[in-house]
Design a protein around this ligand. Structure first.
Ligand code: FES
Length: 247
């Protein structure tokens, strides 16, 4: 194994040179190091101005997503070893405007997430004195997979449609909408339908499937989207034969 490995790191400092460039750093190589450890070595010992996000270092917070040798990954969960002998190219997640160095602007996603109302909606709230909303293990299983999303944005970075159609509501937002639609305590599917059923909702998706391949939590957003397409189509035909029922 080598003693060191080189990283080609994307740099963008709007107040400095203005144009993006790649800067090469050489860091010690350790078998147990992740890409994030190498970035932290650079920040702590070589260039404190290097900017990137991370928080938990254990694949939970979803903030350390970057593009490593062309693939969107969580850098805290990606070993250096498979990329030897290097150099290893580290870039921000594709598809998002870059604020600085490896930090992308995720405002677009935050707005889209709010549009699908990822919270439990009730037509009538139960008072605390009436007790909690009970749920069986089987009812929880119906949505649990989609609840594992950590908003890491790897699925958006991998999605060719999001790059071509920036209005596309996108994989994670749709998976999280399904997380609530399939929750037995929720009554908000009709409200979310207005967003999900428009062209820039599920119908923009051409089922490339990359979103599910790169998802570090096995959420399967591509499956969530296709499932919603089937449900929405069935709902539409039911509305044709059931007077008074809206799709
Ligand atoms: Fe939290 Fe990587 S630092 S997921």
């Amino acid at each position: 194994m080598p003693d060191t490995v080189k990283l080609e790191v994307f740099r963008y400092r709007p107040e400095g040179e203005g144009e993006p460039l790649y800067e090469t750093f050489e860091v010690p190589y350790r078998d147990e190091w992740m890409v994030l450890d190498a970035l932290n070595q650079i920040k702590d010992h070589q260039d404190g101005t290097l900017s990137y996000r991370w928080a938990c270092r254990m694949g939970v917070c979803g903030s350390c997503g970057m593009t490593v040798n062309g693939e969107p990954v969580l850098t805290c969960a990606t070993y250096l070893e498979p990329f030897l002998p290097g150099p290893i190219r580290v870039e921000p997640l594709h598809g998002f405007p870059v604020i600085r160095d490896l930090v992308g602007d995720l405002e677009d996603f935050v707005g889209k997430l709010q549009r699908v109302k990822p919270w439990i909606i009730r037509e009538e709230e139960r008072s605390p004195s009436e007790g909690e909303y009970l749920q069986t293990p089987e009812e929880m299983d119906a949505y649990k997979r989609y609840s594992m999303c950590i908003n890491c944005m790897l699925c958006y970075a991998a999605c060719p449609i999001y790059e071509l159609e920036p209005g596309f509501i996108g994989p994670a937002a749709i998976a999280l909408a399904q997380r609530y639609n399939l929750d037995s305590r929720d009554e908000g599917a009709r409200e979310r339908h207005e967003v999900l059923a428009e062209h820039e909702g599920v119908w923009s998706c051409t089922f490339v499937g990359e979103c599910s391949i790169v998802c570090p939590k096995d959420v399967d957003p591509a499956g969530a989207i296709q499932r919603y397409k089937v449900d929405a189509t069935l709902d539409f035909f039911r509305s044709l034969v059931t007077p008074g029922r809206s799709p």
